[in-house]
Design a protein around this ligand. Structure first.
Ligand SMILES: Cc1ncc(COP(=O)(O)O)c(C=O)c1O
Length: 363
């Protein structure tokens, strides 16, 4: 059923963005980050296009198992690792590769496993103070992991930038220096670069890249658009005009009456709301496109609906398609700023009530 709202996903654009990464870092291997349902784009559909990836990364065990069950045979990294003996057993059973970032996880290596884990990573804390071991512990822990019967093969060293979107920030160089210093001593391969670092900090590329946002054609920088970075936006979120109203001066719109007409005004009702993941922070702040025109969101976003200003396009009619974000006309980056958030959040919070539709270059 071709229902609205729909997230229309351009798989040709996804492939273009992947190829762009190859162009920027031709000698590095690519761990495509497809956690949180591939940033809202669909785990399996995205993985099945990004088959030239050298590995995939998700945050949690359940995501890794879901990918395996959908037939993905690539290496799959669990960025948050495993928490219990049962989880490490499942990781081994499903050939998933945990990141080890805490001593409680190192202790789990004594769990009897049906087969050893492969392609494992040690997370080093270099400045973000979220996950990872102190640099002084790295030598001991790499040795423990590499000599453990629970792990086969070499262990890589991973860290994560806290400020990669701030190009030229000294803290990025410091994080890289700490990682490289430890990796040199242990002769480990390194993975550090996320999208912003891939685009702006070539020294950080090293052996393994971890792109997320840029795969989906979204700019990680405040001051550069996706188009300027030669990225193609992958998702267009669309819905439909379900009703029209003519307001008189003084009429108020939606819950709390947060928008008041000052003159006779035509408004439209669009089938999308926070129950789909369309942010409530776009109340009186967002814009949509209808019949080629950008118009304002009026009043509060409700669970299933928003109201839009049609005073400049009164020819718009019930059934007309409405673009909520996407493409070059209404970038998700711009909308995220309007909602006081980041594009990652808008994309990830789109929920299953929004149908996904896949195509290869025509929407
Ligand atoms: C550990 C880790 N690596 C890589 C990424 C990908 O980052 P980006 O989407 O900015 O490319 C993320 C995303 O949050 C992450 O948490």
């Amino acid at each position: 059923m071709n229902s609205y709202p729909v997230a229309s996903i351009d798989l040709a654009a996804l492939k273009h963005n992947f190829d762009r990464i190859k162009q920027l870092a031709p000698t590095s291997r690519i761990i495509s980050v497809i956690k949180a349902n591939a940033y809202g784009h669909g785990y399996a559909e995205v993985a099945n296009v990004l088959t030239d990836s050298d590995a995939f990364a998700v945050a949690r065990l359940v995501e890794g198992i879901q990918l395996r069950k959908s037939g993905i045979t690539h290496k799959i990294i669990l960025l948050e690792g495993v928490m219990t003996a049962a989880e490490i057993q499942l990781a081994a059973q499903y050939d998933l590769s945990p990141v080890f970032h805490h001593r409680s996880q190192i202790q789990l290596l004594s769990t009897p496993l049906t087969k050893p884990l492969q392609f494992c990573w040690l997370m080093i804390e270099t400045g973000m103070h979220r996950l990872g071991f102190a640099k002084t512990d790295v030598a001991e822990l790499i040795t423990t992991m590499e000599t453990s019967e629970a792990i086969s093969g070499d262990v890589g060293l991973m860290s994560h930038f806290a400020n990669a979107d701030l190009v030229g920030d000294d803290r990025n160089q410091q994080q890289l220096d700490i990682t490289l210093h430890c990796a040199d001593k242990q002769r480990c391969e390194v993975s550090l670069a996320n999208s912003a670092a891939i685009l702006s900090f070539p020294a950080s590329h090293q052996q393994w890249l971890r792109p997320g946002l840029m795969l989906y054609g979204v700019s990680p920088f405040d001051d550069k658009t996706a188009v300027e970075l030669d990225l193609k936006p992958v998702m267009q979120l669309k819905s439909v005009l379900t009703a029209k109203q003519t307001l008189q001066a003084g009429d108020q719109v939606g819950y709390g009456g947060d928008w008041t007409a000052t003159k006779v005004t035509e408004i439209g009702i669009v089938s999308i709301g926070y129950g789909d993941g369309y942010s409530r922070y776009l109340s009186n702040a967002g814009q949509v496109m209808i019949n080629g025109q950008r118009v304002a969101v009026l009043g509060r976003v409700s669970m299933d609906m928003i109201c839009i200003d049609l005073h400049t396009c009164s020819d718009a009619d019930v059934g007309d398609e409405v673009l909520l974000w996407g493409g070059e006309q209404l970038p998700v980056e711009w909308l995220a700023k309007q909602a006081n958030t980041i594009p990652y959040e808008l994309l990830c919070q789109l929920n299953p009530r929004v149908r996904r539709e896949y195509h290869h270059g025509q929407s």
